[in-house]
Design a protein around this ligand. Sequence first.
Ligand SMILES: *[C@@H]1O[C@H](CO)[C@@H](O)[C@H](O)[C@H]1NC(C)=O
Ligand SMILES: *[C@@H]1O[C@H](CO)[C@@H](O)[C@H](O)[C@H]1NC(C)=O
Ligand SMILES: *[C@@H]1O[C@H](CO)[C@@H](O)[C@H](O)[C@H]1NC(C)=O
Ligand SMILES: *[C@@H]1O[C@H](CO)[C@@H](O)[C@H](O)[C@H]1NC(C)=O
Ligand SMILES: *[C@@H]1O[C@H](CO)[C@@H](O)[C@H](O)[C@H]1NC(C)=O
Ligand SMILES: *[C@@H]1O[C@H](CO)[C@@H](O)[C@H](O)[C@H]1NC(C)=O
Ligand SMILES: *[C@@H]1O[C@H](CO)[C@@H](O)[C@H](O)[C@H]1NC(C)=O
Ligand SMILES: *[C@@H]1O[C@H](CO)[C@@H](O)[C@H](O)[C@H]1NC(C)=O
Length: 479
Amino acid sequence: MGSEIIFFMTFFIACKNGIANSYTVPYKEMFFNQTLDHFNCVSFGEKTFQQRYLLKETWWNQGVGPIFFYTGNEGDVAVFWNNTGFIQEIAPKFQALVVYAEHRFYGKSVPSGNDSFKHPIVGLLTIEQALADYAHLLTHLKEELNASQCPVIAFGGSYGGMLSAYFRFKYPNIVDGAIAASAPIYQVAGLTSSSSFFQAVTQTFHNALPNCESQIRKAFQILNQWAAEGVVGFNRIRKTFNLCDDISNLTKFQHFLSWARNAFVFVAMMDYPYSTDFIGKLPGHPVKTMCQQMFSTSAPTKGLAVAVSLFYNASGDKECLDVDKFIPCADPTGCGEGENSRAWDYQACTEVNLEGGSNNVTDMFPELPFTAEMRDEYCLRTWGVTPRRDWLKTHMWGRDIAHSTNIVFSNGDLDPWTQGGVTHNVSSGIHAILIKGGAHHLDLRRSNPADPNSVIVARSFEKMMIYSWIKLARKSKNF
Ligand SMILES: *[C@@H]1O[C@H](CO)[C@@H](O)[C@H](O)[C@H]1NC(C)=O
Ligand SMILES: *[C@@H]1O[C@H](CO)[C@@H](O)[C@H](O)[C@H]1NC(C)=O
Ligand SMILES: *[C@@H]1O[C@H](CO)[C@@H](O)[C@H](O)[C@H]1NC(C)=O
Ligand SMILES: *[C@@H]1O[C@H](CO)[C@@H](O)[C@H](O)[C@H]1NC(C)=O
Ligand SMILES: *[C@@H]1O[C@H](CO)[C@@H](O)[C@H](O)[C@H]1NC(C)=O
Ligand SMILES: *[C@@H]1O[C@H](CO)[C@@H](O)[C@H](O)[C@H]1NC(C)=O
Ligand SMILES: *[C@@H]1O[C@H](CO)[C@@H](O)[C@H](O)[C@H]1NC(C)=O
Ligand SMILES: *[C@@H]1O[C@H](CO)[C@@H](O)[C@H](O)[C@H]1NC(C)=O
């Protein structure tokens, strides 16, 4: 088997360039009559909702080839289809059926219109329910497509990566292996230091260009001095940053600072070596560009304004920058816009723990804390709930993940979420790979000529693992 794997790996490396630029193939958009409450036969009885999934059968060796299943995360699943080309790129070689499932309460899979975000229905927005959806959907698909014996591999990035790992933890009867990219499973279970996230963002900028970090610190320091001057200072900030609205008081000023901080968070996450349009349009190596822009004028504050515009005015069509579009929520890195952001806010108020803020000591940002008390107060006020701080650690195993097998956790050293994920090989079945020069789940993206060698190696390792899991599954089922 060993030599077979090596052959397989070489084969993929050789083929990589040939398929690099073929564009995303369309999929069939499907809806599944999904059970609304998997765990309580009384409250919602037989109620169902329409869960969206994207299906691609073209490459499948029908009834024989494996099923590649993307465990959808906090957004429109079509966005993940567009940004997870790795699966589509390898599926033909594996002759796989490709399914991207949308997470309940997101995109087109919102169960009950506007009532979805009210009590009691919003209470059905949990990780347990989402995983049960995926298990139920797969069981149904296997039946309908005569695929009962076909091995299943789960894929996911970020929260989706957490889900693909959890899916393997909880349903090893249904999923044979999982690629969990940039999945901060320890952080969201409250097992990492609350300061490490913004420290990691700072590190990425620190490493990109000498003095970048210190210039950013300087800029924020000057902004604080301006704010201390009151109205005159606030107006100066508005003018420097070309803001749509006045900063009227210190609360607004703090909001402005969180908004500015967030540009750095997203650019660090999206620090891909080529231009992308995932969470906003960005050039290749945007962290370096942002650092260069910090020095594009002699005034650090103006440099900061130019730098944050890289993210907020990426489209180049903003006449002014709208700070109010950034909505503070239970995730200090922001929840996005629209209905999807409400769903994520609720999850960050219940199971997913993203407490922690910036402190201007271990990180380069102004002191903007987000403590357990602040989260409790916010979540009670916004959702009428109190976060279940320790539950994820209990039911998703905390650090005791060696009980599972057949999972690859991948992380990139540029990505601030890496510090919250699995970065050491845990056992002979739980693998960790580190992608040097990699941002947020770079490995799940379609291959690109600008890819660093590290991600090419990572993808080869993942393909090799997938191959071995499929082989193992077939052997155990005699199929
Ligand atoms: C979905 O399932 C429920 C319960 O089994 C059933 O009552 C309903 O008719 C189904 N809806 C669709 C659209 O198939
Ligand atoms: C996915 O990419 C295609 C092609 O660029 C684009 O037309 C489509 O709008 C994208 N879908 C989403 C949801 O971003
Ligand atoms: C849901 O709320 C939106 C915005 O408040 C409103 O425009 C829409 O009509 C509502 N839909 C339903 C079905 O009530
Ligand atoms: C599944 O198998 C049954 C019985 O062999 C057959 O009637 C049906 O057409 C098959 N379905 C698909 C999607 O191949
Ligand atoms: C950060 O801390 C330094 C040292 O205490 C201080 O001089 C600076 O004003 C602080 N910056 C901000 C933005 O609060
Ligand atoms: C600050 O200003 C905003 C309007 O810009 C206002 O809604 C808010 O109530 C003010 N907060 C305080 C504490 O004065
Ligand atoms: C956004 O970018 C465009 C094009 O570079 C520029 O004309 C405009 O002034 C920018 N807007 C802001 C608010 O900086
Ligand atoms: C984990 O083990 C694999 C070999 O199985 C190795 O390639 C990889 O570098 C190791 N990961 C870490 C983080 O040391």
